[in-house]
Design a protein around this ligand. Structure first.
Ligand code: BGC
Length: 731
């Protein structure tokens, strides 16, 4: 912000304050008949485009420039003094964009909110931690994704924020990526559909929704200097397809471009990504914001379609103003950036209904977090029906490891939600447990049973406890964070050794994993039962106990393959940046030669056996599939699903297709699914509408998706590796 604007701004703010208007700057100036007459853009019956155009026509060059860049990290102390004087204090988020406040346009106050709101402790506030994004993807449930987004949207607004930085959609191309827990797994249809539903319902709370990190930010190592290389067809059918579906379903009002390069150009100055694909082809009407510090130029970025630099003004402050005045950046181009940001403010509802600070009800957050976690836990193994534990008959349980006496672990980085009781909240790089103890929750289920707890650091003590108990339950974790990749997929800190010793001591051992990605399991063979609980959120302990004791029948399915070993991945190690090269330049290439063969497609095409396939997950009941009918054009698949077991349960019924030979793809693709809840013995006809994009190939010459001619094979079942029903259709 330039000082020349500030006096006007101060006057507006002062007049609002002296006028006794409550509800914030924008709330004060927005609305009212008189206001609407003076400010025609306040007329709610006009389209967002028209209202944006009317405001744009009133803005000065300085106001436009101010609007397209950040103001520092927006913590109170960092804000320029003139803004503090004008009481435009950030809410303690990570970004701020100051629009023309004198015209009644609210500032855009941004917070990270991947699985809850970041930095709440620093601001003396509270936020629910939902299960990690990848965990929620294991629910395969668009309604759960919607509940997830709606809760975060409400809590953001209660803290005064008008924009969320969330919606992680990068595919799990590299399971060692330290942000895998922030994303939605390895399949573009699953990830795109779920993130889209999350975004849609978050945006419905009247804030600017966001999808990130666009695109191919698939590893953290050297994330600001890596140039991702991939062919166009492969890109369009994998990572970009996830974003395409996410944008279509969720209608985000902002897209965050990523740190890395793509095929030679940084993502935030990549015309192909930002203009050709996002804006022209997908018709995206919102604005593009750079990842924090991800802007690398003025003219090139502006021409490519970057609308806003965050968090500072290194390229979109004075440099942009000079470039506009010198004609190197046309005024029309700057106007287009501003128009897009304004349109998002109107279209999201931020102008008409700006956020008001209030207190959230933590209990509501607990309930939503627990229910989503209950739907996201995946039962991976259940030998001789060891689970569910029968509370009435249970005599003794040895609970071991994972700080299960305290709570469940969470993912770090800018996604980190502060946990109650954490002595150093907000500290980058430290592991945070949420205080909802699985041990205590289990004890409450079986008050007659004897429980012992061993921390797990003394293997001999853990083995002795496991031997003398009827059942052992071992909790194991693997921690991830932004800014790092995992060295491998092994559980850290000797946990494999601990589990191996415990399962050898007691065959009735249940292993509960709290991880943000796949792990390898050298002890699997001997383990009685295995549960993947992901990062389980604010009420993870209760949700885990509900599943272990059968109050909840597990229904989650893996959103990513669990490989046998890192040697089965497309790359045996994660490429590292060259030493001594300063950041800010693309200094190394990762060539994604596996192309669109991400996850299960890779293992299938390469004929590699896996530990657990994509889409896999057990239940305490059984489901039978019968009576497949595929419509002549393949757009609808019908079949009968029967719960043939003794308990009520929900099944994710998955539909895959193998494209005709002409596609040249010897692997299947997920093309649709439905999560169906059935009472014991109940049968239902299930109809799945298949996704056309997931059954198309990108024609590089024609620059569009086409449906190859020939015979399509359709496979229906409970995972990517089982298809009890098979049929075909022809195009
Ligand atoms: C992350 C983004 C985040 C931003 C603001 C960046 O380091 O990559 O996901 O939204 O910081 O905190």
């Amino acid at each position: 912000m330039k000082l020349s604007n500030v006096s006007g701004l101060l006057m507006v703010v002062l007049s609002i304050v002296t006028g006794g208007v409550t509800g914030g700057v924008a709330g004060g100036v927005a609305g009212g008949v008189a206001g609407a007459q003076q400010k025609p853009w306040q007329n709610k019956s006009l389209t967002a485009e028209k209202r944006a155009e009317l405001v744009l026509g009133q803005m000065t060059l300085d106001e436009k420039i101010t609007f397209v860049h950040g103001e520092g990290m927006a913590h109170r102390g960092n804000l320029p003094p003139e803004m503090q004087a004008a009481q435009l204090l950030g809410n303690g988020g990570v970004g701020l964009a100051v629009g023309p406040v004198r015209l009644g346009i609210p500032v855009i106050d941004m917070s990270d909110a991947a699985y809850g709101i970041r930095s709440s402790a620093e601001n003396g506030r509270y936020s629910t931690a939902l299960p990690s994004n990848v965990g929620s993807a294991a629910s395969w449930d668009p309604a759960a994704a919607c509940a997830y987004g709606a809760l975060i949207g409400k809590e953001l607004r209660a803290q005064g924020f008008g924009m969320t930085l969330a919606g992680g959609t990068n595919l799990t191309r590299e399971p060692r990526n330290g942000r895998t827990f922030e994303y939605m797994g390895e399949d573009p249809l699953l990830a795109g559909t779920l993130v889209g539903n999350r975004i849609k319902c978050e945006g419905e709370q009247h804030l600017i929704s966001d999808i990130k990190h666009y695109a191919m930010n698939d590893q953290e190592s050297g994330r600001t200097s890596v140039d991702a290389h991939i062919g166009e067809r492969a890109l369009r059918e994998s990572d970009l397809l996830a974003f395409q579906i996410g944008v279509k379903v969720g209608d985000p009002k902002a897209v965050m471009c990523s740190y890395n390069g793509l095929n030679g150009d940084y993502a935030c100055e990549n015309k192909y990504l930002l203009t050709d694909v996002l804006e022209k082809e997908w018709g995206f009407k919102g604005f593009v914001v750079s990842d924090w510090g991800g802007t690398h130029s003025t003219e090139k970025a502006s021409a490519a379609g970057l609308d806003m630099e965050q968090p500072g003004d290194g390229f979109y402050g004075k440099k942009l103003k000079d470039a506009v005045q010198a004609g190197r950046v046309p005024m029309a181009e700057l106007d287009e950036h501003v128009r897009r940001i304004l349109r998002s403010e109107f279209a999201s509802g931020l102008v008409d209904d700006p956020p008001h600070k209030s207190l959230v009800d933590p209990q509501t957050g607990f309930d939503v977090a627990r229910r989503i976690e209950e739907q996201s836990i995946v039962l991976l193994k259940n030998r001789k029906e060891l689970l569910p534990l029968e509370a009435a008959k249970l005599k003794s349980v040895a609970v071991i490891g994972g700080r299960a006496d305290y709570g469940t672990i969470s993912g770090g980085g800018s996604a980190q939600v502060d946990a109650p009781g954490d002595p150093s909240p907000g500290k980058w790089g430290h592991k945070v447990w949420f205080p909802n103890s699985p041990l205590e929750a289990m004890k409450a289920k079986a008050p007659e049973a004897t429980f012992t707890f061993s921390a797990g650091d003394d293997i001999a003590a853990a083995v002795a406890a496991a031997k003398s108990a009827e059942v052992a339950v071992v909790f194991a974790w693997q921690w991830e964070s932004e800014g790092m990749d995992l060295p491998n997929l092994s559980l850290p800190e000797g946990q494999d050794k601990l589990i191996a010793a415990v399962v050898a001591a007691n065959p009735r051992t249940v292993v509960v994993l709290e991880t943000g990605t796949a792990v390898t399991m050298p002890w699997l063979e001997q383990t009685g039962a295995l549960v993947e609980a992901w990062y389980a959120g604010s009420k993870g302990g209760d949700a885990i106990a509900n599943v272990l004791f059968g109050d909840v029948n597990p229904s989650g399915k893996l959103p990513m393959t669990f490989p046998r070993s890192e040697t089965d991945l497309p790359r045996t190690t994660v490429a590292q940046p060259p030493k001594g090269v300063p950041p800010g330049k693309l200094s190394f290439v990762v060539d994604y030669t596996e192309g669109a063969k991400v996850g299960y497609k890779w293992y299938e095409a390469e004929k590699k056996a896996v530990l657990f396939p994509f889409g896999y997950g057990l239940s305490y009941t059984q489901f039978q599939y019968s009576g497949l009918k595929v419509s002549a054009d393949g757009t609808e698949v019908r079949f009968t699903l029967t719960n043939s077991g003794q308990r009520k349960g929900a099944e994710v019924a998955e539909v895959y297709a193998m494209l005709p030979d002409a596609a040249g793809e010897p692997w299947k693709r997920l093309v649709g699914w439905q999560k169906v809840s059935l009472a014991a013995g109940e049968s239902r006809e299930v109809r799945v509408a298949t996704e056309g994009l997931a059954m198309s190939v990108w024609d590089e010459a024609a620059k569009k998706f086409v449906k190859p001619a020939g015979v399509y094979k359709v496979m229906v079942g409970g995972s990517s590796a089982e298809s009890p029903l098979e049929g075909t259709f022809q195009r």
